[in-house]
Design a binder for this molecule. Structure first.
Ligand code: SAH
Length: 359
C-alpha cells in the first residue's frame, strides 16, 4: 500500500496512487476506468446484498418486455433468419434470460453474445447461458447478420472526462493525491485541443462532462447497425439535452459516497448523455427513437397487463408483484429517472413504445 492510502480494495487504490506518484495527476476518466475495472472484476455488485439493484433484478417483467419489444421488431422486419442477441454488460444474465424466453415464444431464437469484462459476472452469466459467446469488447461481435443489442445500465459505467471553466478557458479535471486522499483538481494547461468552444461565457467552476469511451462504443455499434441491420436499445439514467455540471456519483452498500473515497470498492457512474448518443446514431443514418421515460415505455408495452396476469397466476405473490411494478414504473422510483432510447437501421420498422410528434 502506498503511504496513507486506505481502501477496502487495495489493488485499485494502490494502482491509482502509484501511477499518480510516478506520473503526476491522472485524468478523471482514467481514474474512473481503473476504479471500475477493479470494482466489477472483484465482486458481483448486484442485488440487495450488493451495492445496487437493477431493473431486471427487481422483476422478470422488465426482461420480458424488452424481449417482446425485440421480437415485435424482428417479426415486423420479416423474421430475419440468422441474427444475434447482443447484451452489453449483462450483469447476472437475468435480463437476457427473461428476454430470450419471451422472444422464443415468437419463434425468435438468436445467437447469444455477451460483452463483459468481469470474470465474476461471466461465471454468473454462464450459469444461465452456457451457450453464450463472450466478448471482451465490441470489436469481435459477429458481422454476418442483424444485431439486437441491449444495454441496461451499461453506458453509465463507462468513464467520463470533465472540463472545468477556469479564467475563460477549459481545464481538464485531473485526480491528484493530497496525503492520504484522492482529490479532483483542474489541469494547469488548458484543454483547448480536447474541447471545442470557448469557456469565456461560463462562470468559473462550470463543469462540462464528456464520455469519449461511450462515443467510441456508440459510433462503432452505429456503423455495424447501418451495415448489418438491427437495433440498439439503451436504458439508463441520463439527460436528453446538453447541460453543465458533474453527474459523477459513487454508491456503496446502496448509499451515496464520495467518488474519491474508495476507488475499486464503490460503483462509479455518470449520467448518460443521450443527446450525444442520438447525434452519433444520426450521423450513421440510423433512426432514433426517444429517449422516453422508462415508466411510460414499460406501460405502453403492457407492463400493467403483465403484472395483472402474474398476480392472477400467483395470488400469494400479489404484494411483491405490485411493489416491483411500482418500483419500475412510478415517477418517484425508476419511472422517470431512467430513460429509454432506441436506434434502428434505416430499413428496419419503427419500434413500439415511443410516441412520435412530441420531440
Ligand atoms: N445490465 C445488467 C448489469 C448492469 S451493471 C443489469 O441491468 O442488471 C454494469 C455491467 O456492465 C456489469 O455487467 C459490468 O461488469 C459491465 N461493464 C462495466 N464496464 C464494462 C466495460 N468497459 N466493458 C464491458 N462490460 C462492462
Amino acid at each position: 500500500m502506498p503511504d496513507g492510502i486506505k481502501a477496502d480494495h487495495p489493488t485499485a487504490a494502490h494502482i491509482i496512487a502509484d501511477k499518480i506518484d510516478r506520473e503526476g495527476p491522472i485524468s478523471l476518466g482514467e481514474y474512473m476506468a481503473i476504479a471500475n475495472a477493479h470494482y466489477y472484476a472483484s465482486k458481483d455488485p448486484l442485488g440487495e446484498e450488493g451495492d445496487f439493484v437493477t431493473a431486471p433484478e427487481i422483476s422478470q417483467m422488465f426482461g420480458e418486455i424488452v424481449g417482446i419489444w425485440l421480437a415485435d421488431l424482428w417479426l415486423r422486419k420479416g423474421s430475419p433468419g440468422h441474427c444475434h442477441y447482443v447484451e452489453l454488460g449483462p450483469g447476472r444474465g437475468t435480463l437476457a434470460h427473461d428476454a430470450l424466453r419471451s422472444m422464443g415464444k415468437f419463434g425468435c431464437r438468436p445467437e447469444v453474445h455477451f460483452v463483459e469484462t468481469s470474470p465474476v459476472l461471466k461465471t454468473r452469466q454462464a450459469q444461465l447461458h452456457p451457450e453464450a459467446i463472450w466478448h471482451d469488447d465490441i470489436s469481435t461481435l459477429p458481422d454476418d447478420g442483424p444485431l439486437l443489442i441491449v444495454a441496461n445500465e451499461f453506458f453509465d459505467a463507462l468513464p467520463v472526462e470533465q472540463y472545468v471553466a477556469t479564467s475563460g478557458s477549459w481545464r481538464r479535471q485531473m485526480v491528484a493525491r493530497d496525503r492520504s486522499k484522492f482529490v479532483a483538481t483542474p489541469s494547469i494547461e488548458t484543454a483547448a485541443d480536447q474541447i471545442s468552444g470557448s469557456a469565456s461565457g461560463f462562470p468559473d467552476g462550470t463543469i462540462l462532462e464528456r464520455s469519449p469511451v461511450s462515443v467510441e462504443v456508440a459510433g462503432d455499434l452505429g456503423n455495424r447497425l447501418a451495415k448489418q441491420g438491427g437495433t440498439l436499445l439503451i436504458i439508463d439514467y441520463g439527460y436528453a439535452r446538453p447541460g453543465t455540471g458533474s453527474t459523477l456519483q459513487a454508491v456503496k452498500d446502496h448509499m451515496p459516497i464520495s467518488p474519491f473515497d474508495c476507488p475499486g470498492a464503490s460503483d462509479l457512474t455518470a449520467h448518460v448523455d443521450f443527446h450525444t448518443l442520438a447525434n452519433i446514431a444520426r450521423t450513421r443514418m440510423l433512426s432514433v427513437h426517444g429517449p422516453t421515460q422508462q415508466g411510460q415505455w414499460l406501460k405502453s408495452l403492457g407492463i400493467d397487463q403483465r403484472a395483472a396476469a402474474l398476480i392472477a397466476a400467483s395470488p400469494k405473490q400479489a404484494d411483491a408483484i405490485r411493489a416491483a411494478h411500482q418500483r419500475l414504473t412510478h415517477p418517484e422510483e425508476m419511472g422517470c429517472l431512467f430513460q429509454v432510447m432506441a436506434t434502428t437501421a434505416i430499413d428496419w420498422p419503427q419500434p413500439e413504445g415511443f410516441s412520435y410528434g412530441e420531440e
